[in-house]
Ligand binder design. Structure first.
Ligand SMILES: C[S@@+](CC[C@H](N)C(=O)[O-])C[C@H]1O[C@@H](n2cnc3c(N)ncnc32)[C@H](O)[C@@H]1O
Length: 245
């Protein structure tokens, strides 16, 4: 599994919850379950089991908190009837937070590598969300499993930029999944200069825009957390046509 520990969240309902520890903890903390309301955006708190025994995705990450709060506060009303896939879901923080509150075309697919599969399933069950959320294995760079929508309406990806060898694999998966009507909400925390290489690759591959309607952005931008949308680029001839009109 490609995993190098970035920087986890210690208290999920504290503002932005950003720890700057870059080194992975020597001793993994014991498994525990956290209640999360995303600053009161959920009336019924989400329960999230965190367990690091199978990898860094087994705990909460700052960009995941930011993305969930954005989806709940700014995008919830637009999700009805939409198909949703989360990449690099870890324990399922973002997808489960969205599923707890929003209507969409079920199931919402939370996906990660094999070592996270059991934890994702446990967290789905812990929140009684089996009818709305399905956990699946989706390894970046590999073919998309056939039960996952080929081009979902919405892709969620949080804190997936931290390990350089995985950058081209993630770009491949995003290219596979992003169709003409797909919007990917992509939230990342910049920790190293190398992370900008991913952003450069993404700008080349996609229509890449900073999200501008999040009132919380100035606060999390100060913590080097950024939220973007990625869409399929318009074909060159369409751009020419638009320029001529
Ligand atoms: C820092 S964690 C973020 C977890 C979650 N999105 C959050 O915000 O709390 C990054 C996740 O990406 C997953 N990941 C890393 N490389 C991957 C790959 N090649 N294919 C699929 N998932 C991968 C890891 O297993 C991990 O769960």
């Amino acid at each position: 599994m490609l995993s190098r520990s970035p920087s986890p969240v210690s208290d999920p309902d504290a503002p932005f919850n950003v720890s700057d520890a870059l080194a992975p903890p020597r001793v993994n903390k014991a498994a525990s379950t956290t209640k999360i309301t995303f600053d009161g955006l959920l009336n019924d708190p989400l329960l999230l089991k965190e367990d690091l025994k199978n990898g860094c995705g087994g705990q909460l990450w700052p960009a995941g908190m930011v993305l969930t709060k954005y989806m709940l506060s700014q995008r919830a009303s637009e999700l009805a009837g939409k198909s949703i896939v989360e990449l690099g879901a870890g324990g399922g923080l973002v997808g489960l937070g969205v599923a707890r509150e929003c209507e969409f075309a079920a199931p919402l697919h939370i996906t990660d590598q094999l070592p996270m599969f059991e934890l994702m399933k446990e967290n789905v069950a812990l929140n009684d969300l089996e009818s709305k959320v399905q956990a699946s294995i989706l390894d970046w760079g590999e073919p998309i499993p056939t039960h996952i929508p080929a081009h979902p309406d919405i892709i969620l990806a949080a804190d997936c930029v931290y390990f350089e060898p995985a950058f081209p694999l993630l770009i491949t998966t995003l290219k596979d999944l992003i169709g003409p009507n797909t919007t990917c909400y992509f939230c990342y925390k910049r920790r190293r200069r190398a992370d900008l290489r991913f952003i450069k690759m993404a700008k080349k591959a996609f229509d890449f825009q900073e999200v501008r309607d999040d009132p919380n952005a100035p606060a999390y931008n100060r913590e080097n957390i950024f939220l973007y949308t990625l869409r399929r680029k318009a074909p060159k001839c369409a751009n020419k046509q638009l320029a001529m009109e």
